[in-house]
Design a protein around this ligand. Structure first.
Ligand code: UD1
Length: 339
């Protein structure tokens, strides 16, 4: 069975590509390489002993997309990752985000809906904003997005939902990720942000490796157990597995609604200080950090109620936080030994 994965060389996409290959799927991987590099393809090939079909295609490039779907008329599933994801950048350059994230989604859907190809959309817990109740269930009301990036996820969900309503045989799953961290156990693929990392784990591992002076803990007076923000950190391989399980569920037509939405998280809320302690315990490395001002727009606390995906799709997060943190550190070490 042939699966198209857009943004297949990105952080999440590359780990999903590995699992798709290892689950016997034939993978058609596209990526425009703006936020990743071709070396990721070597990493995937080295882990799986199989080089996936790859083309350097921007999902906004209608001509190339059309050629791709003509060439691979037997695609039986689409997992759509290709999108920009820097929250701060999206505030300064909203049109870039709407054009790419919404424009790209619409273009890919045009080739998907009328062929009724099962579709997985990469959404985010950011759609919940500051939730009124924790843990967050899928029924929680969606809040006004606090960035254009977050808004592209909300709008993207609606577009997919509307397509499911309009095209009778079109089925889709919206996966709302909490905070993915860590790397493949081989350390051959992982998270490689360009420039200064915005997300906590790549910044933290770079600080431990001496590439950054220290980690700033954004805010320490929040109304939480220790004053720092709470998140649900999920091992990237668990998140990747959720895609395989969701895809199989759709392909086997086990869904009861044409559009279903699932949280993908562990259910454990972890503060920034607890995260630092867990990293130190797992790796034996000291994290240089200092308490700092809050980051504007940050959600105070978000962690998932994952019961729906546990029950309906049969997926559960299997890795511990320490395993995820150890794998993130192993990846950072491997990057430094390459250079
Ligand atoms: C947010 C979204 C997530 C989205 C991601 C895109 C929420 C709850 N999460 O992630 O869905 O996919 O943006 O980038 O809206 N922190 C520090 N110091 C740092 C960096 C981060 O203390 O240098 C703290 C943050 O304040 C936060 C936690 O670490 O409490 C995680 O931050 P980050 O990794 O940036 O992810 P989110 O902002 O949760």
């Amino acid at each position: 069975m042939k699966i198209l994965i857009t943004g297949g060389l990105g952080y999440i996409g590359s780990h999903v590509t590995v699992l798709l290959i290892q689950n016997g799927y034939e993978v058609v991987c596209i990526d425009n390489l703006v936020n990743t590099s071709l070396s990721v393809l070597d990493g995937i090939t080295s882990i799986t002993n199989k080089k996936p079909y790859f083309e350097d295609i921007d999902v906004c490039d209608t001509k190339k997309l059309k050629e791709l779907f003509n060439k691979h008329s037997d695609i039986s599933g689409v997992i759509h990752f290709a999108a920009f994801k820097a929250v701060g950048e999206s505030v300064n350059d909203p049109l870039k985000y709407y054009e790419n994230n919404i424009g790209g989604l619409i273009k890919i859907l045009k080739y998907t809906v009328d062929k009724s190809i099962p579709f997985i959309f990469s959404s985010s817990c950011t759609v919940y904003g500051e939730a009124d109740e924790l843990p967050i269930t899928e029924e929680a009301p969606l809040k006004k997005a606090n960035s254009p990036y977050g808004n592209t996820k909300k709008i993207g969900e609606s577009i997919v939902e509307d397509c499911c309503a309009a095209f009778k045989d079109f089925n889709a799953i919206l996966l709302r990720y909490f905070n993915p961290i860590g790397a493949h156990e081989s350390s051959k693929i992982g998270e490689s942000p360009q420039g200064i990392p915005q997300n906590i784990i790549p910044f933290l591992t770079q600080a431990v490796a001496g590439k950054q002076s220290h980690l700033k803990v954004f805010g320490s007076n929040y109304n939480t157990s220790d004053g720092t923000c709470i998140r649900d950190y999920i091992h990237i391989m668990d998140l990747a597995q959720a895609h395989i399980d969701s895809l199989n569920y759709l392909i086997e037509a086990k869904n009861s609604n044409s559009c279903e939405v699932y949280n993908v998280g562990t259910g454990n809320g972890v503060s920034v200080l607890e995260l630092i302690k867990a990293f130190e315990k797992a790796t034996g490395e000291k994290v240089p950090y200092e308490l700092s001002e809050p980051r504007s727009g940050d959600t105070v606390a978000a962690y998932a109620d994952p019961k729906k995906i546990n029950k309906k799709i049969g997926w559960v997060a299997k890795h511990t936080l320490e395993e995820a943190l150890q794998s993130a550190w192993n990846w950072e070490v491997s990057l430094n030994s390459d250079t």
